[in-house]
Design a protein around this ligand. Structure first.
Ligand SMILES: [Zn+2]
Length: 217
């Protein structure tokens, strides 16, 4: 295991406030539930030192063109929860990857991977949903599946990872592929899309293709 998930490495400026509207979390919860049943999000004593893993976000409507897009993201250390409620989500109002700073507003601190989600939204205005999961099968076959990989010496949740993400997403085919794998973050995979279904289906399709490769061995 490289390093435990869930350690916030950015400077957080947090304003406590009420939870987001319940209507905003239904699509995230639906896909989170599905990814949990497949073991791509969750908590397992046998994996990653028992630390919860995986997080999801959606861009704030109307912040497509913004220099620092705002987004709603699952809170830190919520991977172990079977179902999230509005109180487990938080707004990232500003994500300054250059200065490793996040301005957040809500009832919980943002996921430790919020900087990476923010870098994806800043790099690709067309993307509305970002799902981060841990899947050994996809991760092991990332190259064979043609999934873009971040450098192995780049740790999660850092400005360096934000730079890597920007580098990878500069390629139109990576943006179109809807996914990337994190070389320096064990089993770490990110899918993204212009809808929750687009981001979710990319992850499921990658899993099926990876299982096919495994089956051929
Ligand atoms: Zn992770």
């Amino acid at each position: 295991m490289t390093e435990p998930e869930g350690v916030i490495k950015y400077r957080l400026d947090h304003h406590w406030s009420d939870p987001p509207e319940p209507a905003l979390i239904h699509s995230l919860n639906a896909w989170r539930g599905l990814l949990r049943t497949l073991g791509l999000i969750g908590q397992d004593p046998a994996r990653y030192g028992g630390i919860g893993f995986g997080n999801l976000s959606r861009r704030l409507e109307g912040s497509c063109g913004a220099r620092a897009p705002a987004f709603l993201i699952s809170g830190t250390r919520t991977g172990h929860l079977a179902r999230l409620e509005p109180k487990h989500y938080v707004w990232v109002r500003e994500c300054d990857t250059k200065h490793n700073r996040i301005l957040a507003e809500g009832p919980i601190h943002p996921s430790s991977e919020a900087l990476t989600h923010g870098a994806i939204y800043a790099a690709a205005p067309e993307l509305i949903y970002v799902f981060h999961a841990h899947c050994p099968t996809i991760w092991r076959h990332a190259r064979a599946l043609g999934v873009a990989l971040s450098a192995t010496d780049v740790p999660y949740g850092t400005p360096a990872m934000a730079t890597e993400v920007r580098r990878l997403l500069a390629a139109a085919e990576v943006r179109r592929s809807g996914a990337l794998a994190m070389g320096g973050h064990e089993d770490g995979v990110i899918s993204f899309g212009s809808s929750a279904a687009a981001a979710g289906c990319v992850m499921l399709s990658l899993l099926a293709r990876a299982l096919e490769l495994t089956d051929r061995r």
